[in-house]
Design a protein around this ligand. Structure first.
Ligand SMILES: N[C@@H](CCC(=O)N[C@@H](CS)C(=O)NCC(=O)O)C(=O)O
Length: 229
């Protein structure tokens, strides 16, 4: 048996999904921070996947892709307690929806305006592991790419402001609780942890205050925070 590990980039939303689950279950997992400019090299053991998160369990089994990793961890260390409803239409559809739509909402809020893009890029350059020169290069060259090319295209395609987009997502999500505190009912399930991960990945950045203006969303978010050990 060896020590279980999770290879991450500090600001990657997919890594936050898995992190929340690990914290909730109180598992002993080493976090390995990958150098953002050397993912290919440092993740060579993934046979071409080359993306974070990557989970290696205590038997040396390597699992990739955040949602399959969450399912794997829940099954192996938690008797599938958070995914009992996997296979039900309501569970599967919401999980697929979160993975498709919430994922696309992170870039517009973080990089959708010039000011946001500048502060996000600076913060990312501080939080991630880079080499001496690539950190400086990223802080200055990253933002015109993220803001000017990627985020602009996404905001235009969606048609809503990043704030409206997030508030719509949170309203839609919390309205699906059928009067309970979580999507999972009185207790959260794996779908809640997936959604929580995407939202929590915004929390180190100052734009999080835009999400804090959504009352029901924050009620759920704060209850989710209490689920962590
Ligand atoms: N579907 C994957 C997406 C993972 C992903 O795109 N991770 C990004 C970081 S946020 C990455 O590792 N990018 C490095 C690369 O593509 O070289 C998941 O859910 O885990």
């Amino acid at each position: 048996m060896s020590q279980a590990s999770l290879h991450v980039l500090q600001t990657c939303p997919f890594c936050w999904k898995v992190r929340g689950l690990i914290e909730h279950l109180g598992l002993d997992v080493d976090e390995v921070q990958v150098n953002a400019m050397r993912t290919k090299k440092e993740l060579a053991f993934t046979n071409g996947w080359n993306k974070v998160p990557v989970f290696t369990d205590n038997g040396g089994e390597v699992v990739v892709d955040s949602t399959p990793i969450m399912m794997y961890i829940d099954e192996k260390y938690n008797s599938s307690g958070l995914s009992k409803n996997s296979g039900d239409e309501r569970f599967d559809n919401m999980l697929a929806h979160i993975d498709e739509v919430w994922k696309r909402a992170t870039i517009p809020i973080l990089y959708g305006s010039l000011g946001a893009a500048l502060s996000t890029t600076r913060k990312v350059s501080k939080l991630e592991k880079f080499g001496f020169f690539s950190r400086r290069l990223y802080a200055w060259a990253g933002f015109p790419i993220m803001w000017g090319i990627i985020a602009k295209k996404r905001v235009k395609k969606d048609g809503r402001t990043p704030k409206k987009l997030w508030h719509d997502l949170l309203t839609e999500y919390t309205s699906s609780f059928e009067g309970e505190a979580f999507f999972g009912g009185t207790e959260p399930n794996l779908v809640d942890f997936a959604a929580f991960g995407y939202m929590r990945s915004i929390s180190p950045f100052k734009q999080f205050k835009v999400l804090e203006e959504h009352k029901d969303g924050m009620t759920w978010y704060n209850l989710m925070k209490q689920q962590l050990k």
